[in-house]
Design a protein around this ligand. Structure first.
Ligand code: AMP
Length: 113
């Protein structure tokens, strides 16, 4: 999608600090980190949010979730981490391309704000 910043990042139109990439997913450092490790993991396909997942997207999302443990290990998150996807207005989703925040390397309070 032309005007989507995350599609432009996946398409290499906007430079970013890439952590991992394969045919279906892309992982890069968040520009405004909320923890010492804060990366975003996204499907390359433009899906607005978890509310917009179609049956045909499930394999890609299964693949994405299946990669999280390996990414966490690669990022040194042996002591634990949090995976978050903000969906919609109440969760303050600011980028309308489905993404998962992978956060770690500090104690993460619960409940979140
Ligand atoms: P959310 O508020 O859940 O929609 O999260 C969007 C995240 O994208 C925020 O943590 C932003 O800091 C991050 N972000 C926005 N633009 C960029 C960018 N160009 N490169 C990396 N991260 C970005």
């Amino acid at each position: 999608m032309e005007d989507c910043i995350f599609c432009r990042i996946c398409g290499k139109e906007v430079p970013t600090d890439v952590v991992y990439e394969d045919e279906h997913i892309f992982c890069f450092h968040d520009v405004s980190p909320q923890a010492p490790v804060h990366v975003l993991v996204i499907p390359k396909k433009h899906i607005v949010s978890l509310d917009d997942v179609l049956p045909e997207d499930q394999a890609v999302l299964g693949h994405l979730l299946g990669k999280i443990g390996a990414l966490a290990k690669e990022l040194g998150l042996e002591n634990g981490y949090r995976l978050v996807s903000n969906c919609g207005e109440d969760a303050m989703q600011s980028v309308r391309h489905l993404h998962f925040h992978l956060l770690g390397k500090r104690k993460l309070a619960w409940p979140p704000g």
